[in-house]
Design a protein around this ligand. Structure first.
Ligand code: HEC
Ligand code: HEC
Ligand code: HEC
Ligand code: HEC
Ligand code: HEC
Length: 271
């Protein structure tokens, strides 16, 4: 019976064993690549069916993000615009912009056929993670914190990891990002551009007490300062933060008075 199989088969168990080791190693590398929080798609920049440029539209032309991503403040999902939005300017007819451009051929064809342009998705969370745009935008988090300076991009690419650790970094320390709601789509916003007086006056006008604002300026665990009104607040803020408004200054006030408490429990993002 021993001679029934050719000789080389004696080596078969060893070959199988070696192959198995390689397969297992490959699987391990693959699994850890996909499942560790470090796995990111930073730099992902797919080619789009139409060479649409945010740099032209949102940058040079200064269009607000919400002109095209019109539901981003109301809905969990940000929408990509329909053909009609493009045709507002690029529609064939009187005053249509660049309608004969080859770069707009697919836009015209889509409009004629009624089929949407098949944009390639750039950002994608796994299905088991829950995310809602409107919650973030209505609480003072800007597009730029999660998508970078899209208005300078010829082609959109992912610049932030969108990993669990990255989400939690901000959830634990939101004051480093919070800004007034009218600055949500201003990707160039800097806290130092704010007028300190209007900022604090705005809080007072909303009914926040001067003493509460003062307490946040000096820090929650410091002895309570006395502050009667706007002049006291300006003096205190100048002493604490210096001449220009700082992000820490704005962020801590907004966090406190808007009662911002981003969730860190598993069930908030995995429902
Ligand atoms: C004139 C319309 C228009 C304006 C204005 C506009 N966008 Fe877009 N945006 C698009 C289109 C079309 C796409 C899909 C094609 C692409 O990815 O370039 C897109 C895609 C994106 C994506 C990638 C979506 C994905 O697939 O993950 C992000 C992020 C984005 N836009 C952010 C912004 C931000 C931030 C602003 C404001 C600074 C803005 N957009 C302004 C039309 C617009
Ligand atoms: C508010 C008006 C407006 C809207 C809406 C708009 N565009 Fe434009 N688009 C322009 C202007 C202005 C230019 C610049 C033309 C130039 O450079 O002379 C332009 C340029 C372009 C170009 C480059 C054309 C070329 O030949 O260089 C493309 C492609 C384009 N747009 C696609 C789109 C798409 C796709 C949409 C919808 C998602 C869209 N645009 C929505 C105004 C608009
Ligand atoms: C707190 C982080 C965060 C903020 C702020 C944010 N986004 Fe997003 N955005 C994401 C994530 C995460 C995804 C992927 C969502 C998914 O796959 O479910 C995404 C996806 C998108 C998409 C693709 C949607 C689709 O279904 O194709 C667009 C467009 C977009 N964002 C635009 C914007 C615009 C415009 C703003 C500002 C007005 C903005 N985002 C603010 C995190 C953010
Ligand atoms: C730049 C800061 C920032 C980043 C990045 C961020 N968040 Fe948030 N998140 C917030 C703030 C602020 C709130 C609002 C908290 C509040 O209203 O008290 C929030 C609220 C939430 C909520 C609760 C809202 C609800 O609908 O229950 C969920 C869920 C959430 N974020 C998921 C995510 C996920 C998932 C990511 C990563 C893909 C992410 N967030 C990234 C700042 C951030
Ligand atoms: C703020 C939102 C948020 C919270 C809170 C959160 N997660 Fe996640 N989690 C995510 C996102 C987003 C991903 C997807 C990451 C990716 O695609 O890289 C993820 C991925 C995961 C994964 C897949 C493996 C990995 O690390 O990528 C596991 C397991 C997980 N979460 C478990 C948990 C547990 C357990 C908790 C509670 C201790 C928790 N998560 C809390 C947002 C959250």
């Amino acid at each position: 019976m021993g001679n029934f199989f050719p000789r080389w088969t004696n080596w078969l168990p060893l070959k199988l064993a070696i192959a198995l080791v390689f397969i297992l190693a490959g699987v391990t590398v693959g699994v850890s690549y996909y499942f560790t929080p470090k796995y990111t798609r930073v730099g992902y920049e797919p080619t789009q069916p139409v060479p649409f440029s945010h740099k032209i539209h949102a940058g040079q032309l200064g269009m607000d993000c919400r002109y095209c991503h019109s539901f981003v403040e109301q809905s969990g999902h940000a929408n990509v615009p329909t053909n009609q939005t493009c045709l507002n300017c690029h529609g064939v007819g009187k005053g249509g912009i660049r309608t004969a451009s080859p770069k707009l051929e697919k836009v015209q064809a889509a409009a004629a056929s009624g089929k949407p342009i098949e944009w390639v998705k750039v950002h994608k969370l796994p299905d088991y993670a829950y995310f809602d745009h409107s919650v973030h935008l209505n609480r003072g988090v800007s597009c730029v914190s999660c998508h970078g300076k899209v208005k300078d991009m010829e082609v959109v690419r992912q610049v932030e990891p969108h990993s669990m650790g990255w989400c939690l970094d901000c959830h634990r320390n939101p004051e480093s990002k919070l800004r007034p709601l009218d600055q949500i789509t201003n990707l160039d916003y800097l806290a130092s551009d704010l007028d300190r007086k209007s900022f604090y006056q705005g809080l007072l006008d909303k009914g926040v007490k001067a003493e509460e604002i003062a307490q946040v300026i000096v820090g929650e665990n410091k002895p309570a300062p006395t502050a009667g009104g706007i002049d006291d607040l300006l003096a205190l803020a100048g002493k604490t933060f210096g001449k220009t408004v700082s992000q820490q200054e704005v962020g801590t006030q907004l966090k406190k008075h808007w009662q911002i408490q981003p969730p860190e429990t598993c069930a908030a993002c995995h429902r």
